[in-house]
Design a protein around this ligand. Structure first.
Ligand code: TYM
Length: 335
């Protein structure tokens, strides 16, 4: 049964292999929400165009996101699963919302500033208005809940601002979407490089555990994670890179395993080599079934195509109402 009929929307960019950050920040929540809410989940392929991917790679990237989500437990019979570019109502709403979004506020968004720093030769308008397209993705379904990781918090705040602005200028149409996670707070899965940064699709492949990684590469990546010779005083403060390893362990290992290593840390008897071996084995056990299932699905193009086609029909039918209401409220209503 749907809880108060709240609508759920979320998306993942098709820019590479999905990783543990995507899983624990977003996908895990999708799977838990699918039984209780009307859910719209999509592959954000338009968003991926900001970095100009090779056209030859796009289809495989979209298939991969789809396959990895289904392998992680998403059921296409329970949720609407589609590609963003199949829903022309999204760019139409994006255009409308662009008139309510200001250059100054878009330039201040931290993810925009990061991208400008990383890639100063490709500061395109799509990058600047990225949060507006994301707001359109969400508002097109009049969603209330958006399962995302911590890195998307600011984008959600902007989506709420655009919804409010539209409602107060033209009339009530959009609920204010809230970021959602089944824990207390939004999740940030840390990179293995000990830098304090998050795991990410594009930065430092060696510090990111992908859902497609084989057992050996997981072992190698985890064993390379930064540690030191261990604490010398009981109950001392954990350095950030050790705290990161513990936070990763909490995601994939049994609570008793984590507690045992914490106790060793506090008693200064911890052997980081043992801890990393355990962490690697637990990650391998976690990743293996998803990897194997996704590998098989990725090869089943007819199945993926039929899921995308059906998803697009359902999502368009739902989006059509929002667009026709938005047009009426704006005054685009001539005959
Ligand atoms: P993307 O593709 O970068 O990531 C997809 C989802 O994974 C989460 N995530 C993480 N969570 C915790 N720790 C990490 N290290 C980590 N890395 C990624 C992200 O928070 C996200 O939930 N802009 C979005 C895609 C998008 C979208 C939307 C999301 C487009 N339109 C509408 C929600 C609603 C993005 O680039 O996510």
């Amino acid at each position: 049964m749907a809880i108060e009929n709240k609508i759920v929307v979320s998306g993942i960019r098709s820019t590479g292999k999905l990783h543990l950050g995507n899983y624990f920040g977003a996908m895990q929540n999708y799977v838990k929400m699918q039984d209780d809410y009307p859910c719209y989940f999509f592959v954000a392929d338009y968003h991926s165009l900001t970095t100009h991917p090779d056209p030859k790679d796009l289809r495989a990237s979209v298939y991969r996101v789809l396959s990895e989500n289904i392998a992680a437990g998403l059921d296409p019979e329970k949720v609407t699963l589609y590609a963003q570019s199949d829903i022309p109502e999204i760019p139409e709403l994006y255009l409308m919302l662009n008139m309510l979004a200001y250059k100054g506020e878009l330039e201040k968004v931290p993810t925009f500033k990061d991208k400008v720093r990383q890639n100063p030769n490709n500061v395109n308008a799509g990058l600047l208005t990225y949060p507006v397209l994301m707001a359109a993705d969400i508002l097109i379904h009049r969603a209330s809940l958006v399962p995302v990781g911590k890195d998307q918090e600011q984008h959600l705040e902007m989506a709420r601002n655009f919804a409010q602005r539209f409602n107060s200028r033209y009339g009530e149409l959009f609920p204010e979407p809230q970021p959602f996670n089944f824990g207390d707070a939004l999740v940030k899965v840390m990179s293995l490089d000990g830098s304090g940064g998050k795991m990410s699709k594009s930065e430092n492949e060696n510090a990111t555990i992908y859902l497609a990684d084989d057992d050996d590469s997981i072992r190698k990546k985890v064993m390379k994670a930064k540690t030191d010779s261990g604490p010398i005083e009981a109950n001392s403060l954990m350095p950030e890179y050790i705290a990161s390893l513990f936070s990763l362990m909490r995601l994939v290992s049994a609570p008793a395993t984590v507690a045992a290593f914490e106790e060793h840390f506090n008693q200064c008897t911890i052997r980081y080599g043992d801890m990393k071996k355990q962490l690697a084995e637990d990650m391998i056990e976690f990743v293996r079934p998803i990897r194997e299932k996704a590998k098989a699905l990725e090869l089943d193009a007819p199945l993926l195509q039929s899921i995308l086609k059906r998803g697009a029909e359902q999502a368009r039918a739902h989006a059509a109402f929002t667009i026709s209401e938005a047009r009426k409220l704006i005054g685009i209503n001539y005959y």
